[in-house]
Design a protein around this ligand. Structure first.
Ligand code: IVH
Length: 779
């Protein structure tokens, strides 16, 4: 007999399972969650805990047993006691009419017949066998006679009850239905697959099929599958109801999911109305359907009607018009969106898809074109779902003509001729002609005028549209040529508001440089980057002319952003607009000189490592080595000489092999030229920086040590200042230490400095020293 100690966990386990099963049923079957996920998770973990402590109490229908089992070698065969048949089709209204007439004639009834109308789910037919309420087998349809045993897999589907609900389950019951993958889960799965470099699925049906046919049910357990019951094939131990709809009610009571759209329709008009309604809502259902199934509701009538060949006479599938068609790809057009993004559009030989003529379809992006290996002249399959833009889903390779042409990303914008740049992710390609590209024109002007950019009061989106529509402006430079009388004539613009606009334009001429840069709408340049650029370079001219490598030294600017900035200013059309703005009197306000801090970062080492970031072949040469090289050679000519000599350097530890690699890198493409340009430009900037010149690194070659507590600045600030002046800051005092800065309660390092006769200064002296070198601390 069980002791009290043993019954308590058994009791708790039972209560938890009932509770979890109830919640699951509400969530997965009724779509009506009753408790927050956290509550469910807590109970689930408690059950897992108890089952781990009492393995003898684990049963196969416990909610914890849905995670999948060990992989199988193969699926067993299952012979269906009752064959799984298919359905006859009706492709249009007339064919449905004919079906209904045949039914009525056979049954010899005059009035309308009641049918159950159900969405025809586009998934996989599955049979579930329950004995005394327990799920004992799940099987695929196979050829209708013999299917495969996928019990382990169906057990992982949350809307499949492991145990039927209710006190008196039938002795034996076989329910049939469809396993589908909802759109949302499908999208998530494909994203996950892509991220993991695994194959993606063409549509939810294939994804559902692939998931159900997994030999490893642990994988199936991670796939978002749902089961909808639509018929009962065997029922022992209780009477059959009179109708199919009554049967579905019973199935629902047993805890299985029945599609909520299911409806009894009396006669043809009601059936057609159901069809139209569900077709209109098709895209919003969240799962794929490809038609409607009508079934005679009365089961005795179903028996009377019987079967013809392999399909019931009492049911028909009223199919939606085809969603896929084959046609020929005539050419590819590249469309430029409002943000400059390029999208390939397939120009097709017109074809009817789902009742609509399709002559354009999206191809997404160049990667997708490559992945699908699509060429101009190919026969392609077009897919169109509801109102969604049709898309090219695949080619038909066996129909490829010999002269099929490869599709390439254009190098110039088809609208404005500016250069096309691809983002680092390689997927999105954009036009760099932000200021002049007709496709982006309106967006560019709206952005320029916006509050956080040039803040031109009164120049809202509608007015920009009107000005462009009237041909009064094409680019932002044209704004400053506007006359009050031009504007006053526009709709909803009086003389007063026209005058205000001209004033606002005038006021905007003196905006800070950072805002002006942001207003230009350069790809990738947000407010922060614009500020950093303005602060670093100090004036617009220095930014406009700067070589690529310089941009990479600006805080937070990486390769992609640097390329975007350089490409923007290199674009002749953009140059013209900027010149136009300046000529119109726009005068961005700035420091007028580059920042010392920025100029100090324009070192050989930094240029080399940036060049590496941008693709200069320097594999195997790490940042540390580049630092050492940069510090040792200081200038490119010295480095080039060393590289040419090809001898290592014992002092720096630079090996001949490293120089060999550098030689390779510098020899590739235009890298040497790039570095020369950068160095030369940097020298020009350095000359303009406050207190410029190499003397600004007076501590070059010195090692300083900081010790004790500093009151006016932190250790890291002190370190930064010293480094800006060229010093190295070390953690230990040695004979080589140039100076020690000793704050409050300095300890052993101070003692050591004294014993080694190293120069020591206190905080006050240190602050004075910094001030002498142009570094002022904030109060
Ligand atoms: S009843 C004897 N009802 O359509 C009747 N089938 O072409 C058997 N299907 O293999 C099917 N939704 O996979 C029925 N509400 C529904 C359905 C449905 C989808 C599928 C099922 C079957 C195929 C028949």
């Amino acid at each position: 007999m069980a002791t009290k100690k043993d019954t308590a966990p058994a009791e708790e386990i039972r209560t938890l399972r009932d509770q979890l099963n109830d919640w699951s049923h509400r969530y997965y079957v009724l779509d009506d969650p009753s408790v927050p996920d956290a509550e469910y998770d807590r109970a689930f973990r408690r059950l897992e805990e108890l089952e781990a402590e009492h393995p003898d109490l684990v049963t196969s229908d416990s909610p914890t047993q849905r995670v999948g089992d060990r992989p199988l070698d193969a699926f067993d065969e299952v012979r269906h006691d009752v064959p799984m048949l298919s359905l006859g089709n009706a492709f249009d209204e007339q064919e449905l009419r004919d079906f209904d007439q045949r039914v009525r004639e056979r049954l010899d009834v005059d009035g309308p017949v009641a049918y159950v109308a159900e969405p025809k789910l586009d998934g996989l037919a599955v049979s579930l066998l329950y004995e005394n309420g327990e799920l004992v087998r799940g099987a695929t349809r196979g050829d209708g006679e013999t299917g495969e045993d996928i019990t382990a897999n169906v057990r992982t589907i949350r809307s499949v009850p492991l145990h039927l609900r209710g006190k008196n389950p039938p002795a034996r019951m076989e329910v049939r239905g469809e396993v589908v993958m909802p759109h949302e889960g499908f999208a998530r799965l494909n994203k996950r697959q892509q991220e993991a470099d695994q194959k993606t699925f063409a549509n939810p049906r294939n994804a559902a099929a692939g998931s159900l046919r997994q030999l490893d049910s642990r994988i199936t357990a991670q796939r978002p599958l749902e089961f909808y019951a639509y018929s009962v094939a065997q029922l022992d131990g209780e009477d059959w109801p009179d109708t199919h709809s009554g049967m579905l009610d019973r199935v629902r009571d047993w805890g299985l999911r029945v599609n909520k759209e299911v409806k009894v329709c009396k006669g043809l008009d009601a059936m057609l109305a159901f069809y139209e309604d569900i077709m209109a809502r098709r895209v919003d259902l969240g799962y794929d359907i490809d038609g409607v199934v009508y079934k005679v509701d009365r089961l005795d009538w179903q028996r009377d009607l019987g079967f013809v060949s392999r399909a019931p006479r009492w049911a028909v599938a009223h199919k939606f018009p085809a969603q896929e068609e084959i046609t020929v790809l005539n050419e590819v057009d590249w469309q430029v969106g409002r943000t400059g993004a390029l999208t390939p559009v397939a120009k097709l030989e017109p074809v009817q898809v789902g009742g609509v003529t399709v002559s354009n379809a999206t191809l997404h992006n160049i990667d997708e074109i490559r992945r699908l290996d699509i060429r101009v002249g190919d026969s392609v399959v077009i897919y169109r779902a509801g109102d969604v833009i049709p898309k090219v889903v695949r080619t038909v390779p066996e129909r490829r003509p010999d002269n099929a042409g490869e599709i390439n990303l254009p190098t110039e914008c088809p609208v404005c001729g500016s250069e096309i740049l691809r983002a680092d992710d390689g997927v999105v390609a954009r036009c760099t002609g932000g200021l002049i590209c007709g496709a982006q024109q309106r967006e560019a002007i709206k952005h320029f005028a916006s509050r956080r950019a040039m803040d031109i009061d009164g120049l809202g989106d509608k007015l920009v549209d009107a000005l462009v529509d009237q041909g009064l402006i094409k680019t932002v430079a044209d704004l400053y040529d506007l006359k009050a009388e031009d504007v006053a004539g526009l709709e909803r613009m009086g003389e007063k508001s026209a005058a205000n606009l001209i004033d606002a334009l005038e006021a905007s001429k003196k905006m800070p440089l950072s805002r002006f840069l942001f207003a230009l709408g350069i790809l990738q340049i947000g407010e922060e980057t614009a500020k950093a650029l303005a602060e670093a370079f100090g004036d617009l001219e220095s930014i406009r002319r700067a070589p690529l490598l310089l941009f990479l030294q600006v805080p937070d600017v990486g390769g992609e952003v640097a390329r975007a900035i350089a490409a923007f200013f290199a674009e002749e059309h953009n140059e013209k607009v900027i010149d136009g703005l300046l000529a119109a009197g726009v005068e961005p306000q700035s420091n007028g000189a580059p920042s010392r801090r920025f100029v100090d970062t324009l070192t050989l080492a930094n240029f080399l490592s940036s060049a590496k970031t941008l693709g200069m072949p320097l594999s195997g040469v790490g940042t540390k080595t580049l630092e050492t090289l940069g510090r040792h050679y200081r200038h490119l000519d010295a480095l080039v000489r060393a590289v040419d000599a090809g001898e290592g350097d014992a002092d720096t530890g630079v090996k001949a092999a490293t120089l060999e690699k550098l030689k390779e890198g510098l020899g590739a493409d235009d890298w040497l030229e790039c570095l020369w340009t950068a160095e030369e430009y940097a020298a020009g900037l350095a000359a303009k920086a406050p207190a410029g010149g190499a003397d600004e690194r007076p501590l070059e070659g010195q090692t300083w040590v900081l010790t004790g507590t500093l009151a006016r600045l932190t250790r890291s600030e002190a370190k930064e200042h010293l480094e800006a002046l060229g010093a190295k800051v070390a953690g230990t005092v040695s004979g080589k230490t140039a100076r020690v800065v000793a704050g409050e309660s300095a300890g052993s390092k101070l003692d050591k400095a004294r014993s080694l006769d190293v120069d020591v200064i206190d905080e006050e002296e240190f602050i004075g020293f910094l001030a002498e070198h142009g570094i002022k601390l904030e109060d």
